[in-house]
Design a protein around this ligand. Structure first.
Ligand code: TYC
Length: 121
């Protein structure tokens, strides 16, 4: 009877296989399975109101969301017509900073513009 293992033991999922040593003493590292999920992303949304000037909103979108003038104008018009619009998608901290920057700029100019961030999906 043969008690020798005839197959390599299976590696549990998520645990990297130990390095195997070749006949010439070279070490081969097995491919690692990815174990970190991508971070939750947050969309920064501007809300429409009846008082903030269109030109100010275009300026804010260009300045804080790095859009060119045409794109910023399209986003502003969407917000104006549909009530709200996404200006960008970022990690939690970056999205939160964008909201703070937009609100600070709006308040400093005396406009009631509202901005928020919400998780994507
Ligand atoms: N509705 C505003 C106006 O007619 C323009 C506006 C657009 C305001 C987008 C806010 O997020 C906004 N002046």
């Amino acid at each position: 009877m043969d008690f020798m293992a005839s197959q390599k033991p299976k590696q549990p999922p998520g645990i990297p296989a130990p390095p195997s040593v070749g006949s010439d003493d070279s070490v081969v590292l097995e491919r690692r399975t990815q174990r970190v999920k991508p971070p939750q992303m947050f969309q920064v949304v501007l809300l429409n109101d009846d008082f903030t000037p269109m030109e100010f909103v275009v300026h804010v979108i260009q300045e804080f969301f790095n859009k060119d003038r045409d794109t910023a104008t399209q986003i502003m018009l969407r917000i104006h017509l549909e009530g709200k619009g996404i200006c960008g998608i970022y990690t939690r901290d970056v999205a939160s900073t964008k909201v703070d920057q937009v609100l600070a700029a709006a308040r400093a100019s005396g406009h009631p513009l509202q901005c928020l961030s919400e998780p994507v999906e």
